[in-house]
Ligand binder design. Structure first.
Ligand code: FES
Length: 107
């Protein structure tokens, strides 16, 4: 049964009807078409799905969309503009892992 979820995403109020089991990353990618947020591992390991919720970094593959009800969500990109900057450098190994994930996601 669909549930109405409302939140602010990248400064814009949105309301979406989703199944209660819908993950936040699915809402962001499939309902809002914000595809800069990626699904890499789907097991909360890689961080490719990271968004900011009320200013805190959260792995959106590890959170239900309904849990973000009323939240202020910021995704990594809006159009060509990067909204979330990496605040600490990634190791060379992590950069290669992330690059492989992103290449697979783009394919
Ligand atoms: S998809 Fe890898 S942590 Fe979410």
């Amino acid at each position: 049964m669909p549930v109405k979820v409302s939140m602010t995403v990248n400064g814009k109020p949105v309301t979406v009807d989703v199944e209660s089991r819908t993950l936040l990353v699915e809402l962001i990618r499939e309902h809002l078409r914000l595809t800069g947020t990626h699904i890499g591992c789907d097991t909360a390991q890689c961080g490719a799905c990271t968004v900011h919720i009320n200013g805190a970094a959260v792995k959106s593959c590890n959170m239900l969309a309904v849990q973000a009800q009323g939240a202020n969500v910021t995704t990594i990109k809006v159009g060509d503009r990067v909204m979330i900057e990496e605040t600490r450098p990634l190791s060379k190994k992590k950069r290669w892992q992330l690059r492989e994930i992103l290449v697979k996601a783009e394919a």
